[in-house]
Structures are given as structure tokens and as C-alpha cells.
Write a new protein. Structure first.
Length: 305
């Protein structure tokens, strides 16, 4: 399994370069962070890539949506045969009935084609993710009065913060070897329907205050609808796979017939974190601006989750 280095992802060998070797554009990397709610945990995840990469992936994604007669792709709905994916059931009048084997096979084929579209661009995508166990998060919040201040009493916030810092630190490192218009900036994009009580904008404003170095390379966030924005649908795929992996580990449930192994998405993953009680405690005790006081999971550990 081959991987592109961080420097390779942002050098002239890829398609967003200008024709003149001495002139470099201000490369805009879209950082997508979407979420999938599956008890007993929450995953926040997404990909960072050049605008050119996202445009090309969008074209393929749109073609797949047309091929399968879908308005959008949502991993959880595909797995259960709901909403847009109910059309692949034999009986449309019973959209929540258990899936039959041949119905499951139809939906599995749909999902595999969308996963393949992501995997085909693993060398120009950088994946980030954080999975938080709900019970552990509630425990740490109840035990330590300072944790609601650090985590804003929201598991979504700590997950998004880890992804943002990890993406920003990579770009800061790359920018040390660049100057002027050659420097990279990251454009975070969040789902507009997320966190209605404490919006993503509020979370980002709080993040910016606490992480000034990261904010230097992060543009103001944009907010899009994951039903119409294909980039968020791509991010949702990774978030859902990470969350399902957490669910299987925490509850020791049998593998779902539909779940594609996280192994298929590994080549595009840069940093993924699993936050249990000990990890949350370590963050609480050692939190500081623009830092991640816990280690990320190794690729082989992701397969063993």
C-alpha cells in the first residue's frame, strides 16, 4: 500500500499548479468535517484536498448519483434502505421492514461504487477523524467541573477541534518552506444542519480564540447542506465508517452485512483519534493551544478497532 507524503500532496506534480514554474497559486484546501450519529458514540471526520481534487470528485459523485437515481448519498440511509434508498426495496409501502438478502445486495453495490470513487483519489486526499464514546464523554463531564469549559459540553466540539488542529498543523509545517502566494490556506466547510443548539460557527469562533496558530492558516468557515453538497457526503462516508467501527468495538456487536471495512479507506487517512475515558482525561489535564496531547491511531490499529 503506497502513500503520498504531505509535501507531495501540495507540490507541482498535482493538477492545481500554474503553467509558470515560478508562479504558484494560493492553494485552497477544502477541509470537510461531517458527522454520523450512531450510539454509543459520535464521529467527526472529513478530508482535506485541493479545490481541483474536490471538483473532479464532485463530477464523479454527481455521475454516480444520476446512475443510481439518487438526490444525495447518505451512508446511514444507504445501509438501512431508507429515504432515497427505499427505491431499492421490493415493497415501497414498508420502508422500515427488515431488508431481504437481494435488497441488501443491491444497496451494497451502490455503496461500494461511492467508496471506490473516494479510494481512487487516496493519493490526493488527507483524511481526519475523531470518534468519541458517549458514555466516557458523559462520565468525564460529570467528574470534572472544568471539562464543560474545555469541551463546551459537546462531544462534537472536541472531535471537530482535533480534526481542525491536525489539518492546520500539517499546513503550518508545509508553509515553513514556502513564502508569499505559495502558502496554503484551509477552507473549513461544515454541515449547515449540524448542532442547532450550539452552531458550528459558535464552535469555530471558540476554537479560533483558543488556537491562534491554527487559525492563521484557516479561512472563515463555510456552511453547506449535506443534502446538496457532495463534498460533505464524501466526509459523511468516513465519519459513518469510523462511528460504526466504534459501535462494533464498544458493544461487541456482530459485523453488519453492509459495512465496508475501514481498511478500504485507509490510504487516504492522515490522522484519526479514538477518544475513550483515558484519552479525554489526558486532554483535560494537558490541554494547551494548537496541540493534540493524545496520539493518533496507527493504520494497523484502525483495522483492529
Amino acid at each position: 500500500m503506497s502513500f503520498a507524503s504531505a509535501e507531495e500532496l501540495f507540490t507541482s506534480k498535482f493538477l492545481f499548479q500554474t503553467r509558470c514554474e515560478n508562479e504558484w497559486p494560493l492553494v485552497l484546501c477544502a477541509a470537510h468535517f461531517d458527522e454520523s450519529h450512531e450510539k454509543p458514540g459520535l464521529a467527526v471526520a472529513g478530508y482535506s484536498a485541493s479545490i481541483d481534487t474536490w471538483w473532479r470528485l464532485d463530477c464523479q459523485w454527481q455521475a454516480l448519483l444520476k446512475r443510481w437515481n439518487l438526490k444525495y448519498f447518505k451512508a446511514s440511509e444507504c445501509e438501512k434502505g431508507l429515504v432515497e434508498f427505499a427505491q431499492y426495496r421490493d415493497d415501497l409501502a414498508a420502508p422500515k421492514s427488515p431488508l431481504k438478502p437481494h435488497e441488501r445486495e443491491r444497496l451494497r453495490k451502490v455503496k461500494l461504487e461511492f467508496i471506490d470513487a473516494i479510494c481512487a483519489r487516496h493519493h490526493v486526499l488527507q483524511g481526519y477523524g475523531a470518534a468519541i464514546a458517549t458514555e466516557d464523554f458523559k462520565r468525564i463531564i460529570a467528574e470534572d467541573p472544568i471539562t464543560p469549559i474545555i469541551f463546551l459540553d459537546k462531544s462534537y466540539y472536541i472531535g471537530a477541534q482535533l480534526c481542525l488542529v491536525a489539518a492546520a498543523m500539517l499546513v503550518i509545517d508545509i508553509n515553513r518552506r514556502r513564502s508569499g502566494n505559495d502558502k496554503i490556506e484551509v477552507q473549513p466547510i461544515f454541515g449547515a444542519r449540524e448542532e442547532p443548539g450550539l452552531t458550528a460557527k459558535t464552535l469555530f469562533d471558540n476554537f479560533s480564540t483558543k488556537n491562534p496558530r491554527s487559525t492563521e492558516v484557516l479561512l472563515p468557515p463555510q456552511f453547506e447542506d449535506d443534502r446538496t453538497n457532495t463534498w460533505l457526503q464524501v466526509a459523511d462516508m468516513l465519519a459513518y465508517e469510523i462511528c460504526k467501527q466504534l459501535l462494533a468495538t464498544t458493544n461487541n456487536t456482530k459485523d453488519d452485512y453492509m459495512r465496508v471495512s475501514l481498511r478500504s479507506l485507509l490510504p487516504a487517512i492522515h490522522r484519526v483519534f479514538r477518544l475513550g475515558y483515558k484519552d479525554l482525561k489526558q486532554i483535560t489535564c494537558n490541554h494547551s493551544p494548537d496541540s493534540i496531547p493524545i496520539r493518533h491511531l496507527l493504520l494497523e490499529e484502525l483495522c483492529q478497532w
